[in-house]
Each structure stands twice: as C-alpha cells, then as structure tokens.
Design a protein around this ligand. Sequence first.
Ligand code: ADP
Ligand code: MG
Length: 257
Amino acid sequence: MGKSIAIFNQKGGVGKTTTAINFSAALAESGKRVLLVDNDPQGNLTSGVGVDKSLLKASIYHVLIDEADIEDVIINTDFERLDILPGSVDLAGAEIELVDFDNREFLLKKQLERIKANYDYIIVDCPPSLGLLTINALVAVDTVLIPIQCEYYALEGVSHLINTFNLVKNRINPDIEIQGVLLSMFDGRTNLSIQVVEEVKKHFKKYVYGTIIPRNIRLAEAPSYGLPIIHYDRKSKGAEAYLDLAEEFLMLEEEDD
Ligand code: ADP
Ligand code: MG
C-alpha cells in the first residue's frame, strides 16, 4: 500500500515544488513507483515534469469535484515509474467552490484511496496557503515533509504550520506524522545559512534530514525544460543532493519497518 507524503509549508518559495519533483524522480529511479499530485493552482509541478497543461482535458480539479475518474486523469510522465495527477489553474477557484461540498476536507483522501495500491509513494505538492486545498492534503496523507529555506525569518510562520498540522491531527487525521524537515537553498558561504541550520535543528531536532539541499542554479533552470534535475544535469550539486535525500529517506524507512 502506498505511503502518501505532503510537501507542506504555507510559505511560498521555500522549495516545495522543487522538492516534490526532484525527490520523487530520485525515488522513481531507485525503483519505487511514485505518483506526484499537483495540488497547487500554479501547476508548476505539472509543467516541471514535462506535462503541457494546455493539452489536458481534465486535471485534479475535475477529480476533486467528481467530474472525472482519477484513473483517467493520471498521466505517465516520460520518466519510468513516475506518474502525475496534473494540476490546473481551475484549482484557484476550488478553495471557494469546495466550501459548499459535503465532506469538503475529505475530497482528495477519497480519491487517492482508489489508486493508493498502485504506488509505493504518493507525493502531494501543496499551495502556499493554509486553505482548503492544503487541508485536503493534510487529511489525505500519512506524513508531511516540511522544506525550510535557509533564509532570514526561516522559522517565521512555523508555529502556524505546526498549529494547522496539530489541528488536523487532533480532529481529522490522528495518524498523521512528520516525515522530516528538509533544509533547502543552503548557501555555505554565508553565516546566515549556517545559523539557520542550527536554529532549525534546535527547533525540529531528530526530524531534520542530514541531507541539506544547496542553492544550485541548475535546480532553478531544470523546470523550464520540463526535466527533474537528475535528467537535466545529473552531475550538478542539486542532483547529488536530491539523490542523497532519497537514499537517506529510504534508509530511514527501512529502519522504521
Ligand atoms: P515553493 O513551491 O515552496 O513555492 P519552489 O520549489 O517553487 O518553492 O522554489 C521557488 C523558486 O526557487 C523557484 O524558482 C525554484 O526554481 C527556485 N529553487 C528552489 N530550490 C532551489 C535551490 N535549491 N537552488 C536554487 N534555486 C532553487
Ligand atoms: Mg510550489
């Protein structure tokens, strides 16, 4: 049965989508069957794995509102074992539209249950907000992976994030856990980055991955070619880091079993 993981942080620009794409591609390469879920109206995850949104007849939006079957909307990407439930700008209205739905917090969960058995991992990219789409993700998943950018105010907003996580855990999804905290966009030349690493480790302790994602221009370039970093520039520091992350993650998963 697939384990589902939301890439969760309501701050924008912390590396959620970059992590969803590149961590998933590394997992797929190591033999895992992975489904990416583009749960952000921006749809950057979808284009980032080479899917042209303008050619899609249906997206996660139609799945959530029950106008399309999830099995029909999921697409095989060009990369082996990596599928995607594509996003679309239609999702932008969903935050408001879905408010009138019965079980509006459970829409994604209900759909993912239908296909969970087909995958080892389901990775859900979240929008930069704590609205209904993010709540749907937190209700649907087993764990959250929290990317934190090595920047000023790195821990700002973290208490909101944890409050939302606890709210969902206490009321709706008692089994949800923190999978891990990932430091991203690390710049070893700056004291700031080094300080942030210390601060985040103090706060999240054992949850922080040993692997740290460096700031690497190749990671920023790859999405415009629709390629995960390991297929764009395998020798880059960014590719190395996401391969390391997948390896560390899988090792911890084995220890847990
Ligand atoms: P989020 O999904 O949290 O909003 P993104 O993953 O879209 O964040 O990243 C924000 C921007 O920073 C994007 O332009 C992305 O290409 C770039 N970026 C993300 N991670 C890195 C990194 N490690 N090094 C350099 N650029 C990065
Ligand atoms: Mg994003």
